[in-house]
Design a protein around this ligand. Structure first.
Ligand code: ADP
Length: 438
């Protein structure tokens, strides 16, 4: 294109010279004629340039100006480019409109958040579920609109691998699930689902388990009471019934443990965590648990040691911590052979506070480790019925730790023993100077 324009320009200059040359020779003013010709040509070019400017900048929607030659080509090339850009823009706008129309029809709330955490765009469901006002809330920071501290922590920690469930900011009866995905250069897409139905079903299930366990406890207590009375009066009991009575007593007491564990689990799932929190002297708690475990081991002669490396109290719920730690220590006694060594350790470091129970028992095969905290998961059910376990112990440990923002680590190898470690975040530790001052 450039070479053809150059050639056209040269041809024009050639024709101009060819016209001016005889006129100049005839009039005897060759130089002036050539200058005059050039001035005419430059003026014409300037006029085209002016048109071009007007059309391009001042009046871009006007029709294509009627120009010839190079200017004609420039006008039509730019006109073509403009038309194809407009077509492309129209197509993109159509796609954007379609995406917006389809996301607007979603029952889930979709919210686009920019790098600074400000709301960029959201669909109609977000107005309904989150109470956003369009366009008043545009550009507002997301945490100034959804102020629940659990959401603020979830948003600010930056790791959104798990969704978060919360009450809706607009209605206490609506339960929402928040999921955030990062995209682009730090922008986030937040998808919010109404999970009220699922939440209510889950509540019903928990209530049902809690009610059944509660209702079964009273008749069971009566049965256990009568069995105890009967067994206390062996002389009036026919000897052929004694074995059956003893078995009934063992099974009834297993059932009692199971009901208590079920009730504890449902309480852990349904009650508020922060209400009963207080500084707990874990070193004293562990000393008592060690003594109980020694008594529980009795003639089985486990060697149970306790290493309290810190006396820093831990902010938590004493009863729940006692349940979790006892479960781990008593499991070590239950699932290791007589005379095994069990070490309980409590220490703190830069990462937080830790409590571990290590034994040199039979260990656990790797395929079981990931599933141990599931309810009723047992490695060997016949062994468990022998030890009297409910299969809920480690599920209770997991729930208690979750309520303390802690986690359970299980390290075990078959044949060498097991180690269960509870890791608590550093913010739950009471600083020593504060603990001494109390
Ligand atoms: P339970 O309440 O029946 O004791 P848990 O949930 O506490 O059940 O434990 C689940 C399973 O983990 C048990 O069936 C047992 O096989 C295994 N287990 C727990 N602790 C130990 C341990 N220290 N050594 C070997 N196995 C263990």
């Amino acid at each position: 294109m450039t070479t053809s324009w150059t050639r056209a320009l040269l041809v024009r200059l050639f024709w101009l010279t060819l016209i001016c040359l005889p006129v100049g020779l005839l009039t005897g003013h060759l130089a002036w004629t050539l200058v005059f010709g050039l001035v005419v040509y430059v003026s014409w070019t300037l006029r085209q340039l002016l048109w071009f400017h007007n059309w391009l900048i001042d009046n871009p929607s006007a029709d294509l100006p009627d120009a010839r030659g190079i200017w004609g080509e420039i006008f039509s090339t730019i006109h073509r480019q403009r038309q194809s850009a407009a077509r492309r823009q129209h197509k993109l706008q159509e796609i954007i409109d379609q995406i917006q129309a389809s996301t607007a029809a979603l029952s889930e709330a979709v919210v686009m958040i920019d790098r600074q955490g400000r709301l960029q765009w959201w669909n109609a469901s977000a107005d309904r579920l989150l109470g956003l006002r369009n366009p008043a809330d545009k550009g507002q920071h997301v945490t100034s609109l959804i102020r629940d501290p659990r959401f603020v922590t979830y948003y600010e920690t930056g790791s959104h691998s798990e969704p978060l469930s919360l009450d809706s900011p607009t209605s206490k009866n609506t339960h929402l699930q928040f999921a955030i995905t990062r995209y682009g250069q730090g922008e986030r897409l937040m998808i919010v689902r109404d999970i009220t139905r699922l939440h209510n079903l889950e509540l019903m299930r928990k209530d049902f388990v809690a009610n059944v366990s509660h209702e079964l406890r009273t008749p069971l207590t009566v049965v256990i009471g009568y069995l105890e009375t009967l067994l206390d009066n062996e002389d009036v009991l026919a000897s052929r019934w004694k074995r059956a009575m003893l078995q009934m007593q063992t099974q009834a007491s297993r059932m009692h443990t199971l009901l208590n564990d079920l009730l504890l689990l449902s309480r852990l799932e349904t009650t508020d965590t922060t209400l009963d929190e207080e500084p707990v002297s874990v070193h004293l708690l562990l000393t008592r648990i060690r003594d109980d475990a020694l008594a529980f081991s009795g003639e089985r002669q486990h060697r149970i040691t306790l290493a309290n490396e810190t006396e820093q109290p831990l902010i938590g719920i004493a009863g729940e911590l006692r349940s979790a730690f006892s479960n781990l220590v008593f499991n070590a006694v239950k699932y290791t052979p007589d005379g095994c060594a069990i070490q309980i350790r409590w220490w703190s470091d830069g990462a937080g506070a830790h409590m571990s129970v290590t034994d040199d028992g039979p260990g656990i095969a790797p395929e079981h480790i990931g599933r141990l905290t599931e309810r009723f998961y047992r490695i060997d059910s016949s062994r468990n019925s022998h030890t009297g376990g409910s299969g809920l112990g480690l599920a209770i440990v997991k729930h208690v730790l979750l309520r303390h923002q802690a986690r359970l680590e299980i390290i075990s190898e078959e044949g060498t023993g097991s180690c269960f470690i509870c890791h608590f975040p550093a913010r739950r530790l009471v600083p020593m100077d504060q603990a001494l001052g109390e």
